[in-house]
Ligand binder design. Structure first.
Ligand code: AMP
Ligand code: MG
Length: 530
């Protein structure tokens, strides 16, 4: 297929055509009982101009990169609604920080419809920051440049790391100012506005089902479930109660795989509310997320969560299970024996443990052998990493390079000393002893591998990224972009597309976090203000 301009794409509208919608088109904030969505047009912006474009995703959608200004970018900003589009905002609810919040919905995301990727799969395009909808509550329906850069960069970076995620096609500046109080401390100021066009087969969340169950709209609940099964899980068979059970187990399985990836790359989502959980098991809604620098299970970048640390790094596996239990509760009216949904929760725990273990073995260059001993080895690693406050990205990357020397039986203690010195943020002496002990155990185990050392090293380098979206690097790219300089954003984006490769010109982007960035707002601390 030759590539086309975005403004000439044909759109399909299965969500709108097959589910129940409020057709009034009114934008006023309100409850919308009885419906899956509301039709709503994006609100035009002053001067839409392209700031960044994902060529890989563009190619997958058969799209050519648009010029900075013109009809394609107007469509990617919501200024031009194409003839085939039926824009809508979805109605959903959710638990926020453990409390039922009632109706939430797409308060600033407007879906345009679906386009066919080059492999024929339908992909929904959604504009984040496209103006008010019935679900905007007190919000303005807009997004600022800083949070849009963060969503754009991180969703693409995660994809290139192999983590299941929604994608980002374009980042468009709006030419409008958006007023935000970044830390909710009375210092509101105007910031540049932006819109990200994000892409996924569907953006349906756990919360879409929860709200319908909570308002006792069981026909709508079944219709949405059958819709998701028909379009996104056809391999599970025709909709029926037994299929619902298999489907729930499959959602649990995918969620477990997603969280296992987060835990092995050091990603902290930051706001794992049930409205931010994809029904496809994709990482969704990049807000106050962060990347672990000193390994610390208790770390969260989200200032709103500093009190309870509900969504801290080490909590994520538990919270995903909690969220799945909330989804199970929402699906209970659809099955004769709701207890049968428990099998899905068991599936979650088993898949999470197995996937995290398998991913860690790969990172360590080990092939599965004695299961119990291997489990003990990977299971002891987090505490050892935390004790030494190491940067996990640097630790695993440097360990990959050490593998041949360890296999050759070189002086281990010296090698480990250098490795830890390169990766640690700790300043107090002695904190690294558990990690040193762990590394000696690991080296013994590594020598039981049959493959030659270069094969092992190459396998480890392909599993341990050199480049991740370090919090302060994102912030530097944002500050430059706000000042009109896109070069940092562009360089970072390019490098993050091949995070397992060496980029000799960009060694600095793989460096340990500098001390000044340790508690810099926007780098180490973020709020939900976006
Ligand atoms: P989030 O914390 O981004 O998951 O958002 C929670 C809810 O608030 C969702 O219903 C969002 O659509 C809504 N929301 C967040 N920011 C805005 C905004 N600027 N305008 C309107 N609604 C918003
Ligand atoms: Mg959200």
């Amino acid at each position: 297929m030759s590539s086309r301009p975005f403004d000439q794409l044909p759109f399909a509208n299965t969500f709108v055509d097959e589910l129940h919608g409020d057709a009034s088109g009114l934008r006023g904030a309100r409850q919308v009982p009885g419906y899956h969505y509301s039709r709503v047009q994006p609100t035009p912006v002053a001067d839409p101009h392209l700031l960044a474009w994902s060529s890989e995703l563009g190619a997958y959608l058969g799209l050519e990169k648009p010029p900075t200004r013109g009809p394609a970018v107007a469509a990617l900003a919501g200024n031009l609604v194409l003839p085939g589009m039926k824009p809508f905002a979805a109605r959903y609810g959710g638990h926020q920080f453990g409390n039922w919040a009632g109706q939430l919905g797409d308060g600033r995301a407007i879906a345009l419809g679906q386009v066919a990727a080059v492999d024929g799969s339908p992909q929904e395009i959604q504009l984040k920051g496209a103006g008010p909808t019935p679900y905007s509550r007190r919000g303005d329906g807009r997004a600022v440049l800083r949070s849009s850069v963060r969503e754009f960069l991180c969703s693409e970076a995660m994809h290139h790391l192999g983590v299941p995620t929604t994608r980002a096609l374009s980042l468009v500046g709006t030419g409008d100012a958006v007023v935000r109080d970044m830390f909710y401390d009375g210092n509101a100021r105007p910031e540049p506005g932006a819109i990200v066009a994000r892409v996924a087969p569907t953006f349906i969340r756990f919360g879409n089902f929860q709200l319908l169950a909570a308002t006792d709209e069981i026909d709508n609940l079944r219709a949405l479930t059958d819709f998701v099964l028909r379009h996104y899980y056809p391999e599970l068979g025709p909709p029926a109660p037994e299929t619902y059970l298999r489907w729930f187990a499959e959602i649990a399985r995918r969620t477990a795989v997603m969280v296992a990836h987060w835990m092995t790359v050091g990603f902290v989502h930051g706001v794992m509310n049930t409205d931010n959980m994809s029904i496809l098991g994709l990482t969704i809604d990049y807000g106050p997320y962060g990347w672990l620098e000193p390994y610390d299970s208790d770390w969260t970048p989200n200032t709103t969560d500093f009190g309870t640390r509900r969504y801290a790094f080490g909590q994520q596996p538990q919270v995903a299970l909690w969220n799945l239990a909330a989804l199970a509760q929402a699906l209970a009216p659809l099955v004769p024996d709701p207890q049968a949904l428990r099998a899905g929760l068991d599936q979650y725990a088993a898949t999470f443990n197995a996937t995290q273990h398998a991913l860690l073995l790969r990172k360590l260059g080990l092939t599965p052998q004695a299961a119990a001993a291997d489990q003990a080895l990977t299971g002891a690693l987090p505490a050892a990493l935390a004790g030494a406050a190491v940067d996990m990205t640097i630790f695993f990357r440097q360990l990959s390079h050490l593998a041949p020397a360890l296999l050759a039986g070189s002086a281990e203690s010296e090698l480990f000393g250098t490795l830890i010195a390169e990766a640690t943020y700790a300043t107090a002496p002695g904190t690294d002893q558990p990690l040193r002990d762990w590394l000696h155990r690991y080296a013994q185990r590594l020598r039981q591998e049959a493959a030659n050392s270069e094969v092992i090293r190459a396998g480890m380098l392909a599993a341990n990224p050199k480049y991740v979206l370090r919090n302060y690097l994102a912030q530097q790219a944002i500050e430059a972009a706000e000042a009109g300089d896109l070069s940092k954003l562009e360089t970072l984006f390019e490098v993050l597309k091949t995070p397992f490769d060496e980029h000799p010109a960009h060694e600095a982007l793989a460096a340990k976090r500098p001390a000044w960035a340790a508690d810099k707002p926007g780098s180490a601390t973020l709020s939900c203000s976006s």
